[in-house]
Design a binder for this molecule. Structure first.
Ligand code: AMP
Length: 142
């Protein structure tokens, strides 16, 4: 299964955040869109980072409520690991598990083309295994 197969089912819509937005706005976006991380995109549409609820929690613990007035750029991860639609979904699930992050932006020719979470990859794998099981069952049952 490829990342493009996962995106076909979940869609390629991506909610993004600008680097100059405040952490308070970020928390609002995470809560309202019901997501755990957002790619950070500058005015020119370039991916400049990724920011997750985990970054907010860590900074709250380290510095208290002052983080609410910091910017997204202050707390985001700039060294973003991305993937391509042609990448193998199982390989990337392994990368996410090993490197301990749960989100991977999908990039095509430098442009953000989607995002997959570890939850999306697990769901896609379960759906595929379930459909294989049904096919085998109907083959055996004749
Ligand atoms: P997550 O598990 O995705 O909520 O993120 C855990 C940590 O990894 C946070 O510090 C994120 O900013 C960072 N992170 C999340 N996704 C990525 C990614 N694709 N590349 C690099 N860092 C990431």
């Amino acid at each position: 299964m490829r990342i493009s197969d996962v995106l076909r089912n979940k869609g390629s819509d991506v909610v993004t955040m600008g680097p100059t937005a405040s952490v308070t706005d970020l928390i609002g976006a995470l809560a309202e869109r019901n997501v755990g991380a957002l790619p950070v995109v500058d005015g020119g549409g370039q991916l400049v980072g990724i920011v997750s609820e985990r970054d907010v929690v860590r900074r709250l613990h380290a510095g208290g409520a002052a983080v609410l007035t910091a910017t997204v750029a202050d707390i985001m991860t700039t060294d973003v690991v991305t993937c391509r639609p042609t990448d193998d979904a199982a390989d990337l699930a392994g990368v996410m598990t090993q490197r301990r992050f749960r989100h991977l932006p999908v990039v095509v020719d430098g442009t953000l083309a989607g995002i997959v979470s570890i939850g999306d990859l697990v769901k896609a794998r379960i759906d595929m295994l379930e459909s294989e099981r049904e096919q085998l069952q109907s083959y055996i049952a004749g």
